[in-house]
Design a protein around this ligand. Sequence first.
Ligand code: ADP
Length: 516
Amino acid sequence: MTPTTALKHYFGYDDFKDGQKQVIELVLAHQNTLALLPTGGGKSLCYQIPALLSPDLTLVISPLISLMKDQVDSLLQNGISAGLLNSSQSFAETKAVLQKARRHELKLLYIAPERLENQFFLELLEDLPVSLVAVDEAHCISQWGHDFRPSYLKLPLLLAQLKQAPTVIALTATATPQVAHDIKTLLQIPTTNEVKTSFARPNLTFKLIKGTNFEKYLLAYLKENPHESGIIYAATRKKVEQLGNLLQKCGLNAGIYHAGLSETVRKQNQEDFLYDRTPIMVATNAFGMGIDKSNVRFVIHAQVPGSLEAYYQEAGRAGRDGVASEAILFYKEADLRVQRFFIDNSEADEAHRERDYLKLQSLSRYANTEECLQRFLVQYFGQDCPPCQKCTNCTDTRAKQDITKEAQMIMSCIIRMRAHFGKKIVAQVLAGSKAKRILELGFDQLSTYGIMHKKATEIESLIDFLTASGYLETTNGQYPTLRVAKRGGEVLRGAEQVFMRQEVVAKKVVMIDNEL
Ligand code: ADP
């Protein structure tokens, strides 16, 4: 059987999706491969078809128990023998599954990554007739990934332990160049064996909303899109509960999902959403991984998530069927504090926290760029695409104003403050603040003190814009300090001018409030 006949025979599809065939051919040629395909790109078939065409067993490492169970059930429905091993099973159950695998009665065996932490368990796998190991959600192996799972680091051990050296296929939808590099190094995938399809999602319209009341905006949006299915993400359980209550009070059919609900309730709410009994889901990021609902027409983030990777993955749950859909981020700088709180209180080590702060900064750059939003996201993942012509930045028709002079003032102030300070203090100095700390540090003596005749908060917005546009840079860490980037140097020399759309915030508020 060829890959194409297997595709038809087992799954009923006529054509491969972008990238699938190339991945499958590499794997069948026993090449370790990294598949970077978007959410909904059909990653599962990339290892399921090679598994079906091989006489041996394929091990699949997958991070979520519920997801694994769904996959195994749907394989069984398609007449494909599959099993799973997770830590909730008894030893007798584990043994029975392993026996089946040894007798070549299974094609695919799904394993929860936590199981790899147990040396005894690893030894049980040693003599299985494995020829392919598939690592799903492979970004979990990298500390730079947005969902690092230490148990994924045991994978090289598993690979070394297996009697017969298997082929490895790693799959993910969200990998920055750094994450892709980590995956390839740890799983010994040659650089050339990377199959990447475009990260652009042409059917999605990205919207960035700032400076308005979120609840009003949300209710107006839902009123305008009454019969559509969508997900509203919030950062905390409390906010999820509050928004869920609000929508229900307004007579909208919305369910909620977060890790604090009982498993029964979560399952019920998830199914109600999947089967369109409840079209709207308000949830924390606990909801979504592996959810294959094709007709999600909008994903609205009430608050920023922790990284652009997380944002793109969550937003990408809209429009999996290719139909026009919207990904809306409601941005309020204060919400970054929620994420900072999560980072400060995480159990991660110092280095990990530094990386998390850095990732959070990328969100603030996204929120302050004037470039095409789709392009910004795609470039973040190391690719490029033309401007989408439909995001809130591409369709912004307001005239651009020359802010070269303001930019120069900000930059010279940063230089005079020896690039040791963050945005708040720089803005205060430029605004001529009489705050105790400014006076104590003697900054009222600087020639740039009070030269901007603007409020400190307005200057902060300008600084955000200059950072997002690459004129300024910030250091990593909890208290990032500002410095002038190379591009900023050009502005200081007078070799480049800076343009910005004015009154971004104010105009949007007026526009939206008028619509209500
Ligand atoms: P991913 O894991 O990349 O997000 P899935 O493997 O869950 O995506 O596939 C998404 C959907 O696309 C599934 O419903 C799957 O059955 C379907 N699919 C996969 N390959 C094809 C194909 N070649 N033609 C049509 N549909 C496909």
